[in-house]
Design a binder for this molecule. Structure first.
Ligand SMILES: [Fe+2]
Length: 392
């Protein structure tokens, strides 16, 4: 990581020897037809990069069976880690990265010649070849950076570079993986996939923008100020009606400073909520009331599993030591966790996504109210569930 992460591309030949993808191209196409699928199809209608067309899913089977044989296309399916458990399990291969930094696993399914055109984006991405082969041409060229609108084909349905001269190119076979840092321009073209398709899995990391972070923090901080107003009993008669006085500026500056975090603990409370909040609100969270006894009885047979589409995290310490106890975050909410057993519970959920009764116990304590209460609350909200119940 010291040498490559966010710095330069890295080709890893046979990063996963004998790699067998959890689902094949056909099965991934099946996922693209599911109601909650996040999927797109790109087709290049003509010979030039201007002729790319985009269609947004979810798709009907007929959309996929009618894809042209004589034109390059690509089916892109996102959020596979949420949609299919075996892809979710694949994230364990990336356990050296904090989970909150990982965006999703995406698949690109294409026949020979297919791709999405030369482009650059803001993702750190690990391109893992799953089926067939793909030739990746890359260019580390400031001209091609994603914010340079002039470099991209105007009014095109997808973002493709007008011209693209590669520095290097690599042919990836199943099990090979290519890491690309953000902004590096790339063009992947499927090859040698006949009679099937080429499937690339992209494990993507999209860093939050700093304006998004500042906006999110100030939004939250400003909620505490709701209802209070500018107040100026110190106002004196003015000579220039058009002037804004120095006192007014000082007072405005004090108002702004009141929203600043006092310490890292305050920042941690916001940051954990921000990074675990998924966009799109959760309306299917029906609360089911359960007693601790009922939970414990059910727990004897199986483990609780964290909902795959939610994010969980914890903070145990901050640099300025201002945090008195650990914080646990689930789906944009924060819990203070104090007892060692509760801290263990929180860390197991966030690290492993699975929770057994013994995870709520420590050597010193085999029944901890706080730990069990946390598990119970998350279960009642549907954030943790018993997978067997789901199958019924
Ligand atoms: Fe890309």
């Amino acid at each position: 990581m010291r040498e490559y992460w966010q710095k330069k591309p890295l080709l890893m030949r046979q990063a996963i020897p004998n790699f067998r993808p959890p689902l094949d191209g056909n099965e991934i196409a099946g996922l693209a037809c599911e109601e909650d699928a996040s999927a797109r199809i790109f087709v290049r209608e003509g010979d030039d990069e201007q002729s790319w067309r985009k269609k947004i899913g979810p798709f009907e089977e007929s959309d996929l069976t009618s894809l042209p044989e004589d034109k390059p296309w690509s089916l892109i399916v996102n959020d596979l880690d949420v949609q299919a458990q075996p892809f979710g399990d694949m994230l364990e291969l990336f356990n050296c990265f904090p989970r909150w930094r990982i965006s999703d696993i995406q698949a690109s399914v294409s026949p020979d010649g297919g791709g999405v055109g030369p482009h650059s984006d803001h993702f750190d991405v690990f391109l893992l070849q799953a089926e067939g082969e793909k030739v990746w041409a890359v260019a580390d060229n400031e001209e091609y950076w994603p914010d340079n609108d002039a470099a991209f084909v105007p009014e095109c349905e997808i973002r493709v570079l007008k011209s693209f001269v590669e520095d290097d190119s690599f042919t990836l076979v199943p099990g090979d993986m290519l890491y690309l840092p953000p902004k590096i321009a790339h063009n992947g073209v499927a090859t040698n996939s006949k009679p099937g398709v080429s499937v690339t899995l992209s494990i993507g990391f999209l860093a939050p923008t700093t304006d998004e972070l500042v906006l999110s923090y100030t939004q939250r901080a400003s909620e505490k100020l709701k209802g209070s107003r500018w107040s100026d009993p110190w106002l004196k008669p003015v000579e220039d009606v058009g002037a804004i006085s120095a006192e007014s500026i000082t007072y405005a500056s004090e108002i702004i400073k009141r929203t600043y975090p006092k310490n890292d603990a305050e920042v941690a409370r916001w940051f954990g909520c921000h990074t675990t909040a998924r966009t799109g609100e959760d309306d299917d969270a029906d609360e089911n009331e359960v007693s601790i006894e009922e939970l414990l009885a059910a727990w004897e047979h199986q483990g609780l599993v964290a909902r795959e589409d939610l994010r969980f995290a914890f903070v145990e310490k901050v640099a300025d030591d201002s945090l008195k106890n650990a914080l646990f975050f689930a789906n944009g909410e924060c819990w203070d966790v104090v007892s060692p057993a509760a801290v263990k519970t929180a860390t197991v959920i966030a690290n492993r996504g699975e929770l057994y009764e013994e995870d709520t116990q420590t050597e010193e304590c085999d029944f901890d109210d706080e730990a069990l209460k946390l598990a119970l609350t998350l279960f009642e909200r549907g954030y943790l569930y018993f997978p067997e119940d789901e199958d019924d």
